[in-house]
Design a protein around this ligand. Structure first.
Ligand code: NAP
Length: 267
């Protein structure tokens, strides 16, 4: 029996155990995936412990995605460029770090639109925005980042070759795709983007998935956009993790159903 899990702080509400355990079961893999809460001051010891305990792989979530990189044997080139690791694979005691968030974001968006040559707006410049901006640029889009703290948007823009604006200028934003990566709208009826602005876009994606239909997404839909909810990216990044760990391509429908069931149970 192989053991997998998620390290983060807190992790109690993670949907990843539901998604991965459903996939292990569906494909007849003798493995279990559990919650591994790790306080920030325990991160180094916990990561060393992964090899000692022969844990086969872990997902990494807030607040450890950057810090964890210090304690790994090798980091994949893309994860290094993004500056964050969300997946660890234990190969014969050596820990390898990857990033599947960007692939999740890219796959979720490209289901709706070919990103080549498109204008994209990213709202927010936190940890998740790094993977989203990388995904958009890698797919050939031009990116403008709007953030409450301009310096953070500028840093992100410099890193990936995007443009940076303060969030107060969001009324001027226009393009083909808009991605909401801030925590605004999480368990609240708020959106950082006025509805009139959303009329200028064809596709809108929100990273927040609690609730699944955020105010941002509802208004985007009313404004005529095709919408992509936060579970889409979560499911696709999970599918990429599953592939790294098992070599198998899990069914998106299966993982999504498991995540939705867990989300209903949590709310
Ligand atoms: P983070 O690193 O803490 O960044 C938070 C971002 O939200 C920053 O840009 C911050 O702006 C902005 N923000 C926070 N409060 C705001 C407010 N009142 N008004 C305007 N901007 C505000 O967080 P993160 O890791 O990027 O995560 C952001 C959200 O995405 C969370 O809800 C998380 O659950 C979700 N997420 C979803 C997925 C998925 O797969 N669907 C993956 C990762 C994250 P400042 O820079 O000005 O502080």
């Amino acid at each position: 029996m192989k053991v997998y899990g998620i390290i983060g702080w807190p992790v109690a509400h993670s949907l990843s155990p539901a998604m991965h355990n459903a996939a292990f079961q569906a494909y007849g893999i003798k493995a279990v995936y559990g919650l591994l809460p790790v306080a920030p001051e325990e991160l180094e010891a916990a990561v060393r412990g992964l090899s000692a305990l022969n844990i086969a792989g872990v997902s990494v979530t807030i607040p450890h995605k950057e810090e964890v990189m210090k304690y790994l044997y090798r980091i994949d080139e893309t994860a290094r460029r993004i500056g964050a690791v969300n997946t660890i694979l234990n190969r014969e005691g050596k820990l390898f770090g990857f990033n599947t968030d960007w692939l999740g974001a890219q796959r979720a968006l490209t289901e709706k639109i070919d990103l080549t040559g498109k204008e994209a707006v990213v709202v927010g410049a936190g940890g998740s925005a790094k993977a989203v901006v990388y995904a958009l640029i890698q797919a050939g889009a031009r990116v403008s980042v709007y953030n409450r703290t301009l310096a953070r948007a500028e840093e992100l823009a410099r890193r990936f070759g995007a443009r940076a604006y303060p969030l107060e200028e969001i009324n001027e934003a226009h393009g083909d795709v808009i991605v909401q990566t801030t925590s605004v709208g999480l368990k609240e009826e708020r959106s950082p983007v006025p509805k009139e602005v959303l009329r200028r876009f064809k596709v809108a994606m929100d990273l927040v998935y609690q609730p699944l239909m955020t105010k941002f997404l509802r208004e985007a839909q009313e404004a005529g956009c095709a919408i992509v909810d936060g579970l889409s990216m979560l499911v696709y990044q999970g599918i990429e993790q599953f592939k790294l760990w098992t070599g198998l391509e899990a069914s998106p429908a299966l993982m999504r159903q498991a995540a939705e069931n867990a989300l209903k149970g949590a709310s």
